[in-house]
Design a protein around this ligand. Structure first.
Ligand SMILES: C[S@@+](CC[C@H](N)C(=O)[O-])C[C@H]1O[C@@H](n2cnc3c(N)ncnc32)[C@H](O)[C@@H]1O
Length: 205
């Protein structure tokens, strides 16, 4: 399967967690190559934005939906030293283990995130919460793991930016407990001419 065929498959997928885990298990071995040749830019953009706003680069950061480790490697390249990762897909987690970017990795059960607020100074979800991937409510789950003063950094691709349910979920966080520190639109996947907005939110004290 070519990189473009793999992306076609992903963008047509349902957000059902079993479907997602199977899809990414199948794709795990060639995911990094396919995304590199497609010009996947969001991991680097997220990591650089977080590095500007979280200047203690030894602070613990959780890479939610870490996949094969591309987002964790980008965080490490931006200077972060204490990165944990979690994902639904066993195949992707095996790749993430090889990336060497993570202190700890574990497998998620969909809809559950057993992390006490305050454990991480930031939780990142890069390319995870979007139409055809994790459902909108996943953003609320991620936010529930973040304590006062700590951050959520999430990317929404262009399809997701036009989806009322995802945007309403984001707005609900802003209406109740979070401030928007930054929102930057840029390249998501160059070969598709697709963009994403990276939102950096902070829980108010
Ligand atoms: C496009 S990949 C992004 C991986 C990595 N963050 C990156 O930027 O390369 C999407 C990841 O989200 C995971 N995923 C899909 N649905 C999920 C859900 N409901 N909860 C958590 N992770 C999910 C998939 O297993 C997959 O590894």
């Amino acid at each position: 399967m070519s990189a473009e065929e793999a992306l076609d498959r992903v963008y047509a997928a349902s957000s059902d967690p079993t479907t997602q885990a199977e899809l990414y298990d199948d794709w795990a071995a060639s995911y990094d190559h396919d995304l590199e040749v497609s010009g996947y830019a969001t991991p680097g953009r997220i990591a650089e934005l977080l590095a500007e706003h979280l200047t203690d680069h030894d602070a613990p950061v959780l890479d939610f939906g870490c996949g094969s480790g591309m987002s964790g490697r980008a965080l490490a390249d931006a200077g972060f030293t204490t990165i944990d990762g979690t994902d639904l897909s066993t195949g992707m987690l095996e790749q993430a283990e090889h990336s060497g970017a993570y202190r700890r990795l574990w497998q998620l059960t969909a809809g559950q995130l057993d992390v006490s607020p305050g454990t991480y100074r930031a939780v990142v979800a890069c390319g995870v919460i979007s139409v055809g991937a994790a459902p909108a409510g996943t953003l609320t789950l991620v936010a529930s793991a973040v304590g006062p003063g700590d951050m959520v950094v999430v990317s929404f691709n262009d399809h997701t930016l036009e989806d009322d349910e995802y945007m309403a979920t984001l707005q609900a966080l802003l209406d109740d407990g979070f401030e928007q520190v930054a929102a930057e639109h840029g390249v998501h996947i160059a070969s598709r001419d697709m963009g994403s907005t990276v939102f950096l939110l902070r829980r108010r004290d």
